[in-house]
Design a protein around this ligand. Structure first.
Ligand SMILES: C[S@@+](CC[C@H](N)C(=O)[O-])C[C@H]1O[C@@H](n2cnc3c(N)ncnc32)[C@H](O)[C@@H]1O
Length: 325
């Protein structure tokens, strides 16, 4: 059941979740604008630093450590990888043509019916992602003054790319959906941003031909691809890094009950045009990273998939070795 938001619901969210009154009317308006229903409002409050600081006892580890393994079939045959890729491409092209903003952030307020009034909020939301990336580089002592080029893999509508363009001289935005890219191009042109090169990923071969860059960023992208495609993208992202360069990417790494069988997947999913959510275990990612000459700098727990029990999403920070492997 969805309950419509009122000023009263915002007041009570402050009282129950933060133990205080809102600062002023502006703060109430911002919360009213930032959520379409009580579920989204609750999520926004519970993700805030203030809620987390004040409610440390409510945080539970997503995994207890006694979870069973997942069975994930590996696929390396090129023709089959292309079949999987094409299916994901068809899905995202369809989403890009029908609900582009909602497909990026699945909140009701970003449906096409509302986007005229919420577009600014949509693009503003990408700024925090870049702040997080930069703070992560700083926390790990990675000198970002040396990083001139950045590639966002799965750039969508340019929500994050437009902020990356303020921090790097050259930025590449790669995406599987032409419709998303066309919309991104239009937006960036309107904003007068000219240092972003948008590139369409048409086939598997294009993933294998990424340009050499200093930083690669990818969030809420790999999760929408079946595990063999996630593996391929992770491998190619590390390959594309200049020596000493850093890849920062998010992948769900465990979900209780998740399995991947190629035959079952092709049978069950091939004709659907729905957003899929997949998983690749940490161990597989570590193996790929090592083989491609990457060093694991940090693995963060993140909440890109929401806080669900028995499910874990991680953000990986990988630095390419400065030595040849
Ligand atoms: C949820 S949106 C996120 C967009 C952007 N990363 C952001 O945070 O605003 C996912 C994007 O990834 C793209 N995508 C999904 N699978 C992809 C793949 N295998 N290669 C390139 N782009 C992909 C989709 O077309 C879509 O634009």
């Amino acid at each position: 059941m969805q309950i419509k938001l009122t000023r009263e619901s915002i007041l009570w969210a402050y009282r129950l979740l933060l133990d205080r009154e809102p600062e002023n009317q502006k703060a109430i308006d911002a919360q009213l604008q930032g959520a379409a229903n009580t579920q989204e409002l609750r999520q926004n409050f519970m993700r805030s630093q203030e809620f987390q600081n004040k409610n440390q006892q409510t945080h539970h580890l997503p995994l207890a450590g006694d979870e069973p393994p997942m069975n994930i079939e590996n696929v390396s045959d090129r023709a089959l990888l292309q079949v999987l890729f094409k299916h994901i491409q068809d899905t995202w092209s369809y989403l890009g043509e029908t609900e582009p903003h909602w497909s990026v952030i699945t909140s009701e307020q970003f449906l096409q019916s509302q986007i005229n009034t919420t577009k600014e909020l949509f693009y503003d939301s990408g700024r925090a992602n870049v702040v997080q990336l930069l703070k992560t580089l700083d926390r790990n002592g990675l000198d970002r003054s040396a990083f001139k080029s950045c590639l966002e893999y799965g750039c969508g509508l340019g929500r994050v790319t437009r902020w990356l363009s303020e921090k790097f001289e050259t930025v590449f935005g790669y995406d599987i959906s032409r419709a998303h890219l066309q919309s991104a191009e239009h937006y960036l042109e309107n904003q007068g941003i000219s240092n972003i090169n948008l590139r369409h990923v048409r086939e598997v071969k294009d993933i294998e031909n990424l340009p050499k860059v200093d930083v690669i960023y990818s969030a809420i992208v790999l999760q929408h691809n079946p595990p063999p495609i996630i593996s391929l993208i992770v491998k190619e992202m590390i390959t594309a890094l200049n020596p000493g360069g850093v890849a920062y990417f998010q992948v769900p790494t465990y979900r209780m009950g998740y399995n991947f069988s190629l035959e079952k997947y092709l049978h069950d999913e091939a004709t659907r045009r729905e957003m899929e959510m997949h998983v690749l275990p940490q161990g597989t990612i570590f193996d790929i990273v090592r083989k491609e000459g990457g060093n694991i700098v940090e693995v963060l727990e993140d909440n890109w998939t929401g806080f669900r029990p028995k499910e874990r999403s991680n953000t990986f920070v990988i630095q390419k070795s400065t030595r040849l492997v």
